[in-house]
Design a protein around this ligand. Structure first.
Ligand code: 48F
Length: 259
């Protein structure tokens, strides 16, 4: 049996983690939220050579995907999202009624592996609690350990600079909300404020989520359920194709935007 040194193990963790974390304090794209939309956006951006850091509040990545619908671990996708599933390598079962079904655990695991292998760095257990605004532009995010807020500790956060930020925080659209709270109703919506999520309607929600994906304030992009929360689109429950397509759309738009 090899001799194992407890302190060497501890040092390896600290040194390897802090090197990557420190490196990710300056990135091309900082993505808040490692749900399906954030991970797909991260995959396409990293694959295109952008330096991507994804910050996730929870210990686990995957957001609302694990539980499928009512904790039956199956996710439903429509035809349009099939190319993303195929490219990333998630196995699907096609039903006679035309829907595609995946295992929710496999879907999360494969999506995350694809993003990481493409070069995105994923940091879990880290919450984004504020934004950096420089010259009328979101220029980064402000981070703290999630354990700090759950224990209500009075501990100051640290800052990460990014070429742009993606709000992929799901139903709460937390980053868009922070921007409105800090600098007023200046989002690119009809009122400048978040318009709020509408009641469940899969057909409409799956379409509008892609239409609503985009830049909502200079330097701040929105993807996934957060896009419908910002622009007043419906929720869509346990069909997940729109999340993948929105994540891919966000990546395409960011790649096409001037840097
Ligand atoms: O909620 P989530 O899965 O968002 P999504 O990618 O997908 C939505 C679907 O899962 C589902 C649905 C399908 O019809 O409606 O809800 O749009 O993932 C969002 C992730 O962001 C994290 C949160 O823990 C979750 O994993 N998150 C939220 N706020 C913060 C955050 C924050 N302030 N800092 C860091 N992570």
């Amino acid at each position: 049996m090899d001799r194992l040194d407890d302190v060497a193990i501890s040092r390896a963790i600290i040194e390897e983690y802090t090197r990557d974390f420190s490196d990710s304090l300056e990135s091309d794209v900082a993505i808040v939220g490692a749900g399906p939309a954030g991970m797909v956006a991260g995959y396409y951006l990293a694959r295109a050579g952008r330096r991507v850091a994804i910050f996730e509040r929870r210990l686990s990545v995957g957001g609302g995907m694990w539980g499928g619908g009512i904790m039956f671990g199956r996710c439903i996708f429509q035809e349009a999202s099939r190319p993303v599933l195929d490219e990333i390598g998630v196995r699907v079962t096609r039903r006679e009624d035309g829907y595609y079904v995946t295992d929710s655990v496999e879907t999360v695991a494969v999506l995350c592996a694809a993003a990481v292998k493409a070069g995105a760095r994923v940091f879990n257990s880290i919450s984004t609690e504020d934004v950096l605004i420089r010259g009328e532009r979101v220029a980064g995010i402000v981070l703290n350990w999630s354990a700090v807020s759950s224990a209500r500790l009075h501990v100051d956060p640290i800052s990460a600079r990014a070429g742009c930020v993606v709000d992929a925080t799901g139903h709460d659209a937390e980053i868009a909300r922070i921007v409105v709270r800090k600098i007023g109703k200046r989002l690119r919506t009809e009122t400048g404020d978040l318009l709020g999520e509408r009641p469940m309607w899969a057909e409409v929600g799956e379409r509008t989520i892609v239409e609503h994906t985009g830049e909502i304030y200079p330097g701040l992009w929105v993807a996934g359920m957060a896009a419908n929360a910002v622009f007043g689109g419906p929720r869509m429950g346990p069909i997940f194709g729109g999340m993948l397509l929105s994540g891919r759309r966000a990546a395409e738009m960011i790649l096409a935007a001037p840097r």
